[in-house]
Design a protein around this ligand. Structure first.
Ligand code: AP5
Length: 224
């Protein structure tokens, strides 16, 4: 459990399009944690044309993992900023290889809870192919599951370059090749959640888990 008075430290993982980004938006809005999504940070680096972005682009576009040292440096830098110490963190998309796990262990960084969203393969591919992103609000849509509310939003939606059927399949293979070893590392704080339900129902389960951690932390603060 998280230490008394310490902000929550949460990792969220799951295969591509399992709903991590969707759930993170809801978690952040209720818990105020700092959302650190390696996918979002990398895509922002690519669109701003930075050195990191130039190095990462080809890997991302082809559904391959960006080299560990690039991503690890990025995450360690982000985790060292003061807002993280104050508000806690929600790490989304990292660690994704055993070497990334080792980097976290070397820095003594451990989550209070490790959430995994479980969704069947055939559903994941459909979610990837139908996903659209709103560059203005950052909101995540789906052509059939969550269509945009207005024509104005619809006209500005963008499709991720790695959201083709072929690349989604390759991302899924990459996920499967390392998932087991990573999950085993966090087995003591692992919470597996059925991600093949309406997004509100999934959030309610995550909320009840995180709420328990917060209550425990507050209670031990009163006890000390
Ligand atoms: P990243 O952005 O992390 O991609 P990912 O893991 O493949 O996950 P996604 O962003 O595709 O999906 P999600 O689970 O967030 O689902 P979402 O909520 O959008 O990484 C991209 C790339 O960056 C990697 O391939 C790699 O190249 C690089 N990278 C990132 N981290 C790295 C690392 N640590 N090391 C090396 N390289 C790294 O939902 C998906 C769709 O489903 C949406 O359309 C949504 O509307 C819909 N949906 C969501 N919830 C539901 C629901 N309950 N029911 C029905 N539909 C739903």
């Amino acid at each position: 459990n998280c230490a008394a008075g310490e902000p929550l430290k949460v990792m969220i993982s799951g295969p591509p399009a399992s709903g991590k980004g969707t759930q993170c938006r809801m978690i952040v809005s209720d818990y105020g944690l700092v959302h650190i999504s390696t996918g979002d940070i990398l895509r922002a680096e690519v669109s701003s044309g930075t050195e990191i972005g130039k190095n990462a682009k080809e890997y991302i576009d082809n559904g391959k993992l960006v080299p560990d040292e690039i991503v690890t440096n990025m995450v360690m830098t982000r985790l060292s900023l003061p807002d993280v110490k104050e508000r806690g963190w929600l790490l989304d998309g990292y660690p994704r290889s055993y070497s990334q796990v080792q980097s976290l262990e070397g820095a003594n960084i451990k989550p209070d809870v490790y959430i995994v969203l479980d969704v069947p393969d055939e559903i994941l591919i459909n979610r990837c192919v139908g996903r659209r992103m709103d560059p203005v609000s950052g909101k995540i849509y789906h052509l059939t599951n969550f269509p945009p509310e207005t024509d104005e939003i619809s006209a500005r939606l963008i499709t991720r370059r790695d959201d083709t059927q072929e690349k989604a399949e390759s991302r899924l293979d990459t996920y499967k090749s390392s998932a087991e070893a990573i999950l085993a590392t966090y087995s003591d704080v692992l919470k597996k959640i059925d991600g093949n339900r309406p997004k509100r129902a999934i959030f309610e389960e995550i909320d009840s888990i995180l709420h328990q951690f917060q209550v425990t932390a507050e209670r031990s603060l009163v006890d000390t």
